[in-house]
Design a protein around this ligand. Structure first.
Ligand code: ZN
Length: 287
């Protein structure tokens, strides 16, 4: 059965409960990851998922709360895969190819690691004991910068992208919609409420939306541009007529139950579908 795993449900502010963004969809027995924020690899393991089981990754944008565990995921996947892992496909806005190359390419900042593991007899022995066959190959992935409006086709689903409004022109931001025969799931990435993301999300089963904080507070302190709060997320969900709004990317204040209770009342006036404040390591089935 198709499923959603919320791995990272926080912001750049580390708290005991939340830190950074990452979501995995299990669709038709394939695992697709969206963003790779702090400790994603370890959170995957906590959900019983091996890095080698995730064969595609989509970045919404390249802020560290969405990509800082990328080198860890790449190296761990390559190391544990012992040469038998499928080639990882990585998509994202501008910089995705460059960052991938600069991390694990022949001159990448982590090349010292894989070069030592490829060449040292101890690492070669460990590799063989994991079932690897010498000579050991360097990590190799497929990475691609994609544009708003593009579609990536897979055997049993497709992933559409549209531009979100976040911190342009410094970083581009993409929202994604995965459609399979049975399900449609949107991952907004970081964005303010905008027409493109509403259109992308039209009648989706689930919209996983960022929710920085209670909207009233965000409006008061001027943090309401370039990102969604409670009411912004509810407005997008309502306009897009989605069935279920799952809130993630939540800061320390909206993590409090009292704030969530107040926000929920206000959101329900705007959006009549199901609303869930997600926690890290939550998982739920798609119908
Ligand atoms: Zn973010």
């Amino acid at each position: 059965m198709n499923k959603v795993f919320i791995l990272g449900a926080g912001t750049p502010t580390p708290t005991k409960e939340r830190f950074g963004s990452s979501v995995v969809l299990s669709i038709e027995n394939e695992l697709v990851m969206f963003d790779c924020g702090p400790a994603t690899t370890h959170k995957l393991i906590k959900k019983g998922i091996l890095p080698t089981q995730v064969n595609s990754l989509f970045f919404s944008h390249h802020h560290f709360d969405h990509n800082v565990d990328y080198p860890c995921f790449l190296l761990s996947r390559w190391d544990q895969g012992a040469g038998k892992e499928e080639k990882l496909k990585v998509y994202g806005p501008n910089l995705t190819e460059k960052i991938s190359e600069q991390l694990i390419g022949p001159e990448g900042v982590f090349s010292y690691d894989w070069k030592a593991r490829v060449n040292h007899p101890l690492s070669q022995k460990v590799y063989q004991n994991r079932g690897g066959i010498l000579p050991r190959k360097p990590p190799s992935i497929f990475s691609k910068d994609i544009k708003s409006g593009s579609t990536q086709l897979f055997d049993k689903f497709e992933v559409h992208s549209r531009e979100g409004k976040h911190v342009q022109p410094y970083l581009d931001s993409l929202a994604y919609r995965l459609d399979s025969k049975k399900n449609s799931v949107v991952y907004t990435g970081d964005t303010s409420p905008c027409e493109d993301v509403v259109e992308l999300s039209y009648k989706a089963d689930v919209m996983i939306s960022m929710c920085w904080d209670d909207q009233e507070i965000m409006n008061q302190i001027g943090e309401n541009e370039g990102q969604c709060g409670t009411l912004g997320a509810a407005m997008m969900a309502s306009e897009a007529k989605v069935k279920h709004l799952v809130l993630t990317h939540m800061g320390p204040n909206i993590n409090k139950e009292s704030v969530q209770r107040k926000s929920l009342k206000e959101m329900k006036k705007i959006f009549s579908g199901k609303i869930t404040f997600s926690n890290e390591l939550d998982e739920f089935f798609l119908n």
